[in-house]
Design a protein around this ligand. Structure first.
Ligand SMILES: Nc1ncnc2c1ncn2[C@@H]1O[C@H](COP(=O)(O)OP(=O)(O)OP(=O)(O)O)[C@@H](O)[C@H]1O
Length: 265
């Protein structure tokens, strides 16, 4: 019903969606540098739902930005669906993102003067693709907003706005959808609805999702959790539950604190 990906069963990996090889991101001038990512390598299969967790400042957002082509690594390589997100011009990077990547932000980032339908069809327009209003409507129905097409974002609740943002991220059938704290600004009930939609995108439609979160309950909706500390991957957990994630996060925070004290930082 929703195009070529619709029938892909959950768990039918069908290859690698995202690959990072030795990704490093250093901010700031020589002599005053911050190493935000310190050689991150990972491989995520198509149709996987991964949460990224770690203490504040561990590099989660930087990882997402580098993987999504919103930022350039200082060193290392990023591949999305087998294609390298390489040097090139800003325009080339933008084109790469528009063709292969969807992004959901904490603050929704909808355009306030465009209707729900216009917000959702915008990525198709920007990518120079046919604006298929029927397809956009189907995706909006999927997120439960089929009856709000002509409304402005300001006429919707936060949870509804985030569901529009999810529809906007899914409409181009991107290779990977990235979410940076997509439930961070929502109440518990709206957050649950958003997480259920992301799960459905993965399980029913074979989408690949990578989500940064601080919330163990949100992380437990993913198939696996990647733990970051000081710019490095320090753990990987499959079939997470809110309890096991919370426990690991507590240990991780204690461990990072101990190391910082030992290092005199
Ligand atoms: N533009 C920048 N310039 C300088 N340093 C930066 C910049 N962006 C991030 N950093 C630093 O890089 C490190 C990683 O930041 P990042 O935002 O990726 O962490 P995070 O795990 O997402 O943190 P939080 O959970 O608090 O959002 C931090 O030490 C941060 O201060």
């Amino acid at each position: 019903m929703l195009g070529r990906k619709a029938a892909r069963p959950a768990g039918d990996a069908g290859g690698e969606a995202l690959r990072l090889e030795g990704v490093r991101r250093v901010y700031g001038p020589e002599g005053n540098q911050v190493v935000a990512l310190d050689g991150v390598s990972l491989s995520l299969p198509v149709g996987s739902f991964t949460a990224v967790m770690g203490p504040s400042g561990s590099g989660k957002s930087t990882l997402l930005q580098c993987a999504a082509g919103l930022d350039r690594p200082t060193a290392g390589r990023v591949f999305v669906d087998g294609a390298e997100l390489a040097g090139g011009s800003e325009a080339a990077l933008t084109k790469f993102r528009r063709q292969r990547i969807g992004f959901v932000f904490q603050q929704f980032n909808l355009l306030p003067t465009l209707t729900v339908m216009q917000n959702v069809t915008l990525p198709l327009k920007l990518a120079g693709r046919k604006v298929d209003r029927r397809r956009a409507q189907e995706v909006l129905e999927r997120v439960g907003l089929g009856d709000r097409l002509d409304h402005l974002p300001s006429e919707l609740s936060g949870g509804q706005q985030q569901r529009v943002a999810i529809a906007r991220a899914l409409v181009t059938e991107p290779r990977v959808v990235f979410g940076d704290e997509p439930t961070g600004a929502l109440d518990t009930r709206s957050a649950r609805a958003v997480l259920a939609l992301l799960q459905e995108a993965v399980r029913v439609y074979g989408q690949t999702v990578v989500m940064v979160t601080h919330d163990p309950v949100a992380a437990a909706h993913a198939d696996a959790v990647l733990y970051l500390a000081d710019g490095r991957i320090v753990g990987y957990q499959q079939a997470p539950t809110a309890e096991t994630v919370a426990e690991r996060m507590t240990h991780l925070a204690d461990e990072v604190e101990r190391q910082r004290i030992t290092a005199g930082v």
